[in-house]
Design a protein. Structure first.
Length: 444
């Protein structure tokens, strides 16, 4: 039977192949393109996850903490955590990682970040679900000079991740670890002592990641770390000069004159009592009340400034409560008297020897840890081994409490004899030449 209304049939046919005026073929193409982009993004994240997790060795972190960092934390910096223990520790509310954010000590080697991340791991018995892996300035991993005592690949093996947009995105997507970030960026560590405890302008990258992944920000105040290298200031001309060697800044202060004379002093820190005070959990995605894609730049900046104000207020309160006696010399010397057998483990002039000696010992043991294979185990297997290392060294540490003065002297002498190359770090001026030469060669 013939259709008496051809135009109606044509219009019906057109309606069958259009949706709101867009041809169905175009819809399919756009859907396919979107699917391809999502799949490409997924593969990029997976590949990058492997890239940032492969260097990370929890076994190295556990060994480093027990052998080196724990004595420094307990007896030298006398670290204190407020609001991080037991039921006070902030737990995830959803699958998104927590973003720990703090102020940075200015004009100093980042001992505050090293001590916080390592002792937080120790505090929670090496539970990797509670660890906060730090996002670090890429400059730290690009120059051996910016690793403690020029140890190769120190930051990445200890869990650090270069602070790039892709790496940050990967950490949030994989969700295995919480994230530690200093949102002031290089401006935070480059500020002079005259700006101590003054939060520099926060970058918006942390905020945008929090909004995108509905991740809570856990601010905390780092108190007294400004006194690790006090009364030091920044000179732009000198900063531009040393940046060619991979150093973000050169602190100019009373300790600066000692660095050319004693290269190991580049990593020196005064025994400030480090106190980390947790602030109130911040949920930017609830404050904003809309998707980050829908927010204007003005709204993002306003929210950033509001978070800046909250962190600054809580920092001021923490400093007022815990920062009146930044060194607490009485406690420091009483600790030294009470734990005099531990002196060789944390006195600054032994740091270079202890770090380098630990590096050698760990490398010698690595083949055994890898089950006598050239192929490293999975990250999950490394975590199990890290907990075993922590338990083993715990019993060894308890046995070391029985040492006498003769044992202490012998241990120190053996440390020097076994690592004679470290003596170069104690030679004025000349001791710098190998390190500078290695950094210069990288430029060509």
């Amino acid at each position: 039977m013939k259709n008496k209304n051809p135009s109606k049939t044509d219009n019906s046919a057109k309606l069958n192949i259009t949706v709101t005026g867009i041809p169905s073929d175009n819809i399919n193409i756009k859907a396919q393109n979107l699917a391809q982009k999502l799949e490409s993004h997924k593969q990029l994240i997976i590949a990058n996850e492997n890239k940032i997790n492969t260097p990370f060795d929890p076994r190295y972190s556990a060994s480093l903490i027990k052998r080196i960092l724990e004595p420094l934390s307990l007896y030298y910096f006398r670290t204190k955590f407020v609001g991080f223990e037991g039921e006070d520790y902030p737990e995830r509310k959803n699958n998104a990682p927590l973003i720990f954010a703090s102020n940075h000590s200015g004009m100093a080697f980042p001992w505050d970040a090293i001590i916080f991340s390592s002792m937080l791991l120790k505090l929670h018995n090496y539970d990797m679900t509670k660890v906060a892996r730090p996002l670090t300035a890429p400059m730290l991993s690009q120059s051996n000079l910016m690793s403690p005592f020029a140890i190769q690949n120190f930051w990445k093996r200890a869990g650090g991740v270069d602070a790039t947009s892709l790496n940050f995105e990967t950490m949030m997507e994989q969700g295995k670890f919480n994230v530690l970030i200093y949102p002031e960026g290089v401006g935070g560590i480059g500020k002079g002592f005259d700006k101590k405890y003054e939060l520099q302008r926060l970058s918006t990258s942390t905020l945008r990641m929090s909004l995108k992944h509905k991740a809570d920000i856990i601010p905390f105040a780092t108190v007294n770390a400004e006194y690790i290298n006090p009364f030091s200031y920044s000179i732009e001309f000198l900063d531009n000069l040393v940046q060619r060697l991979g150093i973000p800044f050169l602190p100019v202060g009373f300790m600066t004159v000692l660095i050319p004379l004693q290269p190991w002093m580049f990593y020196f820190a005064l025994p400030a009592k480090l106190i980390f005070v947790r602030g109130r959990r911040i949920k930017p995605y609830k404050i904003l009340g809309k998707a980050v894609e829908e927010a204007t730049e003005e709204e993002i900046f306003a929210l950033r400034d509001a978070i800046h104000a909250i962190m600054q207020r809580e920092l001021n309160e923490a400093v007022e409560h815990y920062g009146e006696n930044p060194y607490n010399w009485k406690e420091f010397f009483l600790t030294a008297l009470w734990k005099w057998k531990k002196l060789p483990e944390y006195l600054p002039f032994t740091w270079a020897f202890r770090f380098i000696d630990h590096e050698k010992q760990f490398q010698n043991k690595l083949f055994e840890l890898n089950n006598f294979s050239s192929i490293a185990p999975s990250l999950e297997q490394k975590v199990v081994q890290a907990q075993q290392i922590a338990q083993t060294t715990e019993s060894e540490t308890q046995a070391e409490d029985d040492k006498d003065v003769f044992d202490m002297v012998k241990e120190t002498v053996d440390l020097v004899v076994d690592n004679p190359e470290v003596l170069l770090m104690y030679v004025p001026v000349v001791g710098w030449l190998p390190t500078i030469w290695n950094e210069v060669k990288k430029q060509f």
